[in-house]
Write a protein that binds this ligand. Structure first.
Ligand SMILES: Cc1cc2nc3c(=O)[nH]c(=O)nc-3n(C[C@H](O)[C@H](O)[C@H](O)COP(=O)(O)OP(=O)(O)OC[C@H]3O[C@@H](n4cnc5c(N)ncnc54)[C@H](O)[C@@H]3O)c2cc1C
Length: 477
């Protein structure tokens, strides 16, 4: 049901006319994130402070208006897509770094601060906030907390979940609460700040965050090693850990990804079955020693070419080839990638076995699948490539995704290591979490009894991962 005039006027009264949009263009744009889904909201509202958020939520609670919070809209599972209509609450105006307290090892920020912007503010202090998602130039701290985002440095520094000390949250009835404290330790009571991490805007709206900050490493170095098989690459990764080395990044690329990068950018990568890239950071001497040790481990595990780099320009070149994977996949084999099975988590030792099944699944379903990602954390992005206008390809993608998840769950893994559940992964998330889903439902009911916050997501999303699909199907069939 569209918003009535009185509710629109109430919203304009809270945030000012210029911060409410209900025109067709705004409603269309805010109906999508970076996932395959789309659903048009009735209005977009942009609050500027906690008090405005509280009053907006209070109004939505009273009028039973669905409210979907949104940061930068880079989510890959439809988390910010307003499937029940209502309002999209866009948090980008609340974008101040409120304090940097190096002596207390924390900073305090509003949720609309962009990850890269926060790290620019921390740089003069010699500190950083490390989770480093690939979308870090765009995505917001609020979105990162609501998804527990992570990235290539998580293997050493932890995910967002590990680096949140406290939150200010507006609950579904408009009440504002503070969780955590200003110290580094907080032992008693339920860890409410952790409850909101990964909750995808279904339990409350984060309006402030205290984040643990970390000194920037003094130096870093990288190596890139090619392997004749995924198993050999996996063997090297296991040996790195057995030898008590802790890389600051450990990434893998399979043959399809290597070929895609070579074809698209002409990057001189070896014709290998798998590549691993390892970064060590810290004191210069330790970096050099650890990198040498990691190289010897790779060699003993069967690596062919190994390229080392400690000067920043060469290190940047090595990591550029990793960054090129996603844009390269966008035009590989005349198909495009969709985010359906791109966030798999599993024990590190199972990565080669699971990634190998992708080849069989791709062949069986007539698809191309590329695998790359944070092998050091067992977090693999399986990019399924399809013609997005072909209903046949979508059906094949659905079958392949089920098969991929079956392999991942059999290996003791998870359907989402960092990109969230939203709509795309909901059915499989429910399968994976079993009885604990009922506990989550009860928590949701306790904190949001009227079900106004981001309804229709996670445990309430439909079984069909392709529902609310934003692509127009059938034209190529
Ligand atoms: C090219 C690309 C690369 C990516 N790489 C990574 C990666 O390496 N690692 C990774 O983890 N993710 C990655 N992502 C996914 C995405 O960027 C992250 O999930 C990110 O944390 C989303 O932030 P956002 O500000 O865009 O949030 P949105 O997409 O706007 O929202 C995501 C969810 O957070 C909720 N939310 C947003 N703000 C708040 C708030 N203030 N209070 C309560 N709930 C809120 C929304 O309701 C929604 O459920 C990538 C995405 C793209 C497009």
């Amino acid at each position: 049901m569209p918003l009535n005039e009185a509710v629109l006027a109430g919203l304009e009264n809270i945030v000012g006319k210029g911060n409410v949009a209900a025109d067709a263009a705004a409603r269309y744009v805010y109906g999508s994130d970076a996932s395959i889904h789309h659903h048009t909201p009735d209005a977009v509202v942009r609050p500027g402070c906690t008090d405005e958020v509280s009053r907006i939520v209070g109004l939505c609670d009273k009028e039973l208006v669905p409210l979907t919070t949104r940061g930068a809209g880079t989510g890959l599972s439809g988390q910010a897509v307003p499937v029940k209509g209502g309002i999209v609450l866009e948090m980008m105006r609340m974008n101040r770094v409120l304090s940097v307290r190096v002596e207390d090892l924390y900073c305090e920020v509003e949720p609309g601060v962009v990850f890269a912007g926060l790290n620019r503010a921390l740089e003069p202090h010699g500190y950083w906030w490390p989770p480093a998602p690939g979308s870090g130039d765009v995505c917001t701290i609020g979105g990162m907390i609501a998804n527990s985002a992570s990235g290539i440095r998580t293997v050493k520094y932890g995910a967002t979940r590990d680096l949140v000390l406290g939150l200010e949250v507006v609950l579904a009835d408009g009440t504002v609460i503070e969780t955590g404290n200003r110290g580094l330790k907080n032992a008693s009571g339920y860890q409410l700040e952790k409850l909101f991490v990964g909750s995808e805007g279904t339990l409350g709206i984060i309006t402030k965050a205290r984040l643990r900050i970390v000194p920037r490493p003094k130096s870093s170095g990288s190596l890139i090693a090619s392997f004749p098989s995924l198993e050999a690459a996996g063997g090297a990764i296991s040996q790195v850990y057995r030898n008590r080395l802790v890389p600051s990044a450990l990434e893998i690329m399979d043959r399809n990804c290597i070929q895609a990068v070579k074809r698209k950018f002409g990057t001189p990568l070896p014709d290998a079955e798998a590549l691993i890239i390892i970064e060590m950071d810290g004191d210069r001497r330790v970096v050099e020693e650890d990198l040498k040790a990691a190289g010897e481990i790779c060699r003993a595990a069967g690596a062919g070419d190994i390229d080392y780099a400690t000067d920043p320009a060469k290190v940047a070149m090595i990591w550029e080839s990793r960054k090129q994977v996603l844009p390269s996949m966008a035009s590989f084999g005349g198909k495009g990638p969709i985010s359906v099975a791109d966030d798999l988590g599993m024990p590190v030792s199972k990565v080669p076995e699971v990634v190998r099944t992708f080849g069989e699944i791709a062949r069986r379903n007539g698809l191309i699948i590329g695998a790359y990602g944070h092998a050091g954390e067992g977090n693999i992005h399986g990019k399924v490539l399809i013609d997005v206008k072909s209903a046949r390809d979508w059906e094949a993608a659905r079958r392949a995704t089920d098969e991929i998840y079956e392999a991942v769950l059999k290996a003791g893994g998870t359907v989402s290591a960092e990109h969230g559940i939203g709509i795309t992964r909901a059915r499989l998330f429910r399968l994976e979490r079993g009885a604990s889903i009922e506990v989550m439902r009860r928590i949701k009911k306790a904190l949001d009894p009227k079900g106004i916050l981001n309804p229709g997501k996670m445990f309430d999303a439909p079984d069909d991962m392709l529902s609310e699909n934003r692509y127009i199907l059938g034209e190529c069939d």
